[in-house]
Design a binder for this molecule. Structure first.
Ligand SMILES: Cc1ncc(COP(=O)(O)O)c(C=O)c1O
Length: 555
């Protein structure tokens, strides 16, 4: 049972049947817009460290959150997940690394804890009116499963771009899925409209005390499961519900344990908000780890993070991919990018601060990996570990570009090469990975230096940001050629395109790439033979038609 104080503190949002109105008011104050790149930090270093005093681990509602977490009803649907020792990783890092397996929840993520905790507190009348939420992922499944358990009607609004696999799994849980809007924001506006029109209760993904308290049960379990010394808990951060709940609980009972958030460096809304001392809105947020691709963190989650969190670690896409591979090698679990985020942060932090012999926990927060993402992720783990570098270069579509590009690389071993033309044909995006004794740094430096000559270079894997472009291109290539031949056609396609701008690179390259004269001869002969056969058949059929009988001419 929650205490009276807790009941008072948590009652305001509960009595608010139309959560949308409350959120709309909260958002009406314009937030400062900042670019994710405005925060640069060395990999693994803590940023956004709040400037509170050491004894100031409280703030309004701190005690109430503790009791709310203890009283939470999540175990009607959620399970207490194991805290597993990651043997191989511990050995590699020189620490005792434990992984909290939230990917083992019934819907493969922690999100149902918060959703169920909030929904289990709705009155019978509210349950009869039904609930609504907008989500493109794990929150949707949490709400759908909770609604099924509580016997209430649920509408889940998802952007039209949501992969079928995701909305089908929500539908299978018995919820009504409405695909609306091109973006999450549009889906959310529609959900809030329906919520007002139909008197449904809006279930927000993170910014609500009951959601936060539900997620806080993860922290409660860690404290039960690990009684010895603990240096830090690494938590993935999107809107901040999970970290706020864990921090509010753990800092009350184990204040010496550091609570460290982990964000992708291109979706760092919490880190930037903590740095600015106020919530800010990201101008754009990288969508690779889509579970945490949030432009604005919650109002309440931010307040709690300011009070309880020790800082944020930022990680790259490549590091996330490397951690997905690590997790797979450790326990055959394939987390989604957001699910591997905390592990990537823990590793970067341990390396940066030279941590040895300490115990650290990383939360594996979800495993709703979509198969297309998995295919792309598989290309990158070695880049995260550094034996290989993937670079993206824009080559002007003009004569001599490719020659210049090849000269810049010199002896470097190119392990992959992909060429994507832009729709105006002015320049081509070339992705090239390289590894060997020459080293990725030198190659990168060379390309960066070449920027002045019209070659521009990036060390991030641009197609993830460019969405379907790469996939579309791969589709063409895979259909045309395979394996190393594929790379050759692409490379030569670029060359041919530079020589003959009007030619289609892939079609021409298929011919140019044929390495042996013999192959060409065979191809020409077979083409010639086919042509001769066609002419023969045409002639025969013409003769037959003229004679009005069989080809032999006999009646
Ligand atoms: C797998 C996964 N990890 C982490 C998060 C971030 O949680 P929060 O928004 O509470 O910070 C989410 C959010 O949906 C998620 O789906």
């Amino acid at each position: 049972m929650a205490t009276a104080a807790a009941a008072t503190f948590l009652s305001a949002p509960r009595s608010d049947r139309h959560g949308a109105r409350r959120v709309a008011v909260a958002c009406s104050v314009p937030l400062k817009r900042v670019a994710p790149e405005s925060l640069q930090a060395a990999s693994g270093s803590l940023v956004g460290v709040p400037s509170r005093g050491t004894g100031d681990l409280g703030g309004p509602g701190a005690m109430e959150y503790l009791t709310a977490v203890l009283a939470s009803k999540v175990y009607d649907v959620a399970v207490e997940t194991p805290l597993e020792r990651a043997g191989k990783l511990s050995e590699r890092l020189g620490v005792d690394l434990r992984i909290k397996r939230e990917d083992l929840q019934p819907v493969f993520s922690f999100k149902l804890r918060g959703a169920y905790n909030m929904m289990s507190k709705l009155s019978q009348e509210q349950l009869n009116n039904g609930v609504i939420c907008s989500s493109a992922g794990n929150h949707a499944q949490g709400v759908a499963l909770s609604a099924r358990k509580l016997g209430c009607d649920a509408i889940i609004v998802m952007p039209v771009t949501t992969p079928e696999i995701k909305w089908r799994s929500v539908e299978r849980l018995g919820a009504t899925v409405i695909l609306k809007g091109d973006s999450y924001d549009e889906a959310q506006s529609y959900a809030k409209l329906r919520c007002q029109e139909e008197g449904r209760t809006f279930i927000p993904p993170f910014d609500h005390p009951d959601i936060i308290a539900g997620q806080g049960t993860v922290g409660m379990e860690i404290v039960h499961q690990l009684q010895g010394p603990l240096h830090a808990i690494f938590v993935p951060v999107g809107g901040g519900g999970l970290i706020a709940g864990i921090a509010a609980y753990v800092k009350r009972v184990r204040p010496e344990v550091k609570i460290i958030g982990v964000e992708p460096s291109d979706a760092n809304a919490m880190a930037l908000s903590l740095c600015h001392g106020q919530r800010v809105m990201l101008k754009h947020a990288g969508g690779f780890a889509n579970g945490v691709a949030v432009k604005v963190v919650g109002k309440e989650t931010f307040r709690l993070c300011q009070n309880f969190v020790d800082g944020i670690v930022l990680v790259s896409q490549d590091a996330i991919c490397a951690s997905i591979k690590d997790m797979f090698e450790e326990n055959r679990n394939i987390p989604e990018p957001s699910g591997a985020l905390a592990l990537a942060g823990a590793e970067a932090y341990c390396k940066y601060y030279g941590l040895k012999g300490e115990t650290v926990v990383a939360i594996s927060s979800g495993a709703n990996m979509n198969f297309d993402t998995l295919r792309l992720v598989a290309e990158l783990p070695d880049v995260g570990r550094k034996p290989e570098a993937v670079l993206a270069t824009f080559l002007p579509e003009e004569q001599g570009s490719f020659k210049k590009f090849a000269e810049l690389f010199g002896r470097m071993n190119i392990t992959g090469f992909k060429h994507i033309c832009d729709s105006h044909g002015k320049e081509a995006l070339v992705l090239h990975s390289g590894s060997d004794n020459v080293g990725d740094e030198r190659a990168k430096a060379k390309l960066v230096a070449a920027g002045a000559d019209g070659l521009e270079c990036e060390d991030s894997y641009r197609p993830y940001r460019e969405g379907g472009k790469l996939l579309a291109w791969l589709g063409i290539c895979m259909g045309t050629t395979t394996g190393i031949f594929n790379l050759m056609t692409a490379g030569l396609g670029l060359y041919v395109k530079a020589q003959h701008p009007s030619a289609h690179p892939l079609v021409v390259a298929c011919w140019e790439a044929l390495p042996l004269t013999m192959v060409r001869v065979v191809l020409v002969s077979s083409l010639g033979a086919t042509l001769a056969l066609v002419i023969l058949l045409m002639y025969a059929s013409m003769k037959m038609t003229l004679q009005g009988g069989s080809p032999s001419g006999s009646a």
